[in-house]
Design a protein around this ligand. Structure first.
Ligand SMILES: Cc1cc2nc3c(=O)[nH]c(=O)nc-3n(C[C@H](O)[C@H](O)[C@H](O)COP(=O)(O)OP(=O)(O)OC[C@H]3O[C@@H](n4cnc5c(N)ncnc54)[C@H](O)[C@@H]3O)c2cc1C
Length: 316
């Protein structure tokens, strides 16, 4: 949009620009100076960044709409999927993003109390990561770099059926991560803090609706794994954006992602566009960038057409 000559303002609830590129993806995959350098270039081009600004809390979508010619929603997907089993409320069980954000903030030189006091630091601990996607791989590999005593990754299917990239799994194995295939957590054990994870051994049963073989528990297949830090990495869903933005008319799909017209990238609200993970569901950086560029083209078309119409109406 800036290249097209528009004044651009970015509202972001994080304290730093960059979204998951700054606080999700670990430094060993994407060095933060790359993101920071890009942010500086964008700032120098005249783009205004408003950090610590939560749309919905600080201003509603409607309010922002009245201040700008067009709006792009690119809020990503952040609602972590939960595991509801006995012991889930024990201490030292954290969602993946808490662990990765603490590590990234630390790497950026911030004071991170929960990291500094050891809570979100894997050093010297028996770490168990639950999940088999790329975020789980980022967690296990971060834990290795923080000098964990042991790092185990529990996944309910086998290696051939992991959702994460095979290269990431290979990297993690090379770095000493112990994959415990075909296991699902049954309960977390401990008094106040988690001490063990009780897991059920699984086998692959009949294919489900998606065609993937469904994991089913093996009878009497339970065993325990020592853990003093558990990281849950079961994927992300979209937050309830219409509620969060106080914009109940905003149309969403059955998955909670924002519905757009695929040609114009516009939502059902005039002048409001959407792009990236909040439209696609958890995806990849390249797609978010591509969507951003496509959305800018469409927003330019929309604003230009509106201006033409206003000009004609004024002249008439
Ligand atoms: C741990 C992890 C590792 C990943 N690794 C890779 C990888 O190696 N390669 C790859 O291609 N992809 C990777 N991805 C996916 C990739 O990061 C995302 O697909 C991409 O960042 C999506 O971009 P986005 O702009 O749609 O959303 P995001 O990057 O999530 O940005 C959304 C922004 O919106 C802000 N926001 C949200 N709600 C509000 C609100 N109410 N008000 C104001 N601001 C708000 C957030 O603060 C954030 O800055 C990874 C994802 C995760 C979680």
């Amino acid at each position: 949009m800036r290249k097209f000559g528009y004044k651009v303002t970015i509202y972001d609830r994080y304290d730093r620009p960059g979204g998951l590129l700054i606080y999700g993806i670990p430094n060993f995959k994407l060095e933060k100076f790359v993101v920071e350098r890009r942010t500086e270039l964008l700032k120098a081009s005249g783009i205004k960044f408003v950090q610590n600004f939560e749309v919905g809390k600080d201003k509603t979508l409607e309010e922002l709409k009245s201040e700008h010619n067009a709006i792009l929603i690119a809020t990503g997907v952040y609602k972590a999927r939960e595991i509801d089993i006995p012991g889930s409320k024990l201490e030292n069980i954290f969602p993946a993003m808490d662990f990765l954000t603490a590590s990234n903030k630390k790497g950026l030189g911030d004071k991170v109390e929960l990291f500094d006091n050891g809570t979100l630091n894997a050093k010297g601990k028996d770490v168990v990561v639950i999940g088999g996607g790329d975020t789980a791989m980022d967690c296990v590999r971060t834990a290795v770099r923080q000098k964990a005593k042991s790092v185990k990754c529990l996944y309910r299917r086998d290696k051939a059926n992991m959702p994460g990239s095979a290269r990431e799994v290979g990297n993690a194995e090379e770095e000493g991560v112990d994959f415990v295939w075909l296991t699902s957590p049954k309960s977390f054990i401990g008094e106040k803090e988690v001490k063990e994870v009780e897991v059920s051994k699984m086998r692959l049963g009949e294919p489900d609706a998606s065609g993937r073989r469904r994991p089913v528990p093996v009878t009497d297949g339970e065993f325990k794994i020592k853990a003093d830090l558990v990281i849950k990495s079961l994927g992300f869903d979209p937050e309830d954006i219409p509620k969060l933005f106080n914009s109940k008319d905003l149309a969403i799909s059955k998955w909670g992602t924002i519905k757009i017209d695929l040609k114009t990238m516009q939502t059902n609200i005039d002048g409001v566009f959407a792009a990236g993970d909040i439209v696609r569901g958890a995806s990849l950086v390249v797609w978010a960038i591509r969507d951003g560029r496509d959305a800018a083209e469409q927003m330019d078309k929309y604003i230009s057409a509106k201006r033409e119409k206003d000009k004609k109406e004024f002249a008439a």
